[in-house]
Design a protein. Structure first.
Length: 115
């Protein structure tokens, strides 16, 4: 009888996704919380990767400052994630609410798998 098999590629992908999220939140100075993250496979004739959509929520004025740093710095941020290269990162939507102070930032990142 053998136990369940482990696919190392899946483990690397999970680790890469976690590092991508950690670095996105670090850009906000550790403020905010990941509300959701989705991804779909992407490929061209010569590359393959994934298109990630992420939504981060910021509660209160202090956290909103972190959200503003995320908005300002995402497109110029260099991500260091083993196994993938982030080739595109952009904020696709941001919503401010005055009372109670709340900011929701949605971003899209395109990653390419490194062989």
């Amino acid at each position: 009888m053998t136990g369940p098999s482990f696919d190392p590629a899946i483990g690397r992908k999970v680790l890469a996704d976690r590092r991508l999220i950690e670095q996105l939140l670090a850009l906000a100075g550790g403020a905010g919380r990941m509300a959701w993250h989705s991804q779909r496979k992407w490929q061209s004739g010569t590359f393959r990767g994934a298109r990630h959509q992420m939504c981060v929520e910021f509660e209160g004025l202090a956290e909103i400052e972190g959200g503003e740093r995320l908005i300002a710095g995402l497109s110029i941020r260099h991500f260091a994630v083993p196994g993938v290269t982030v080739v595109e990162a952009q904020v696709t939507e941001s919503k401010h609410v005055a009372q109670p102070p709340h900011l929701t930032v949605t971003a899209e990142l395109l990653t390419l798998e490194e062989d």
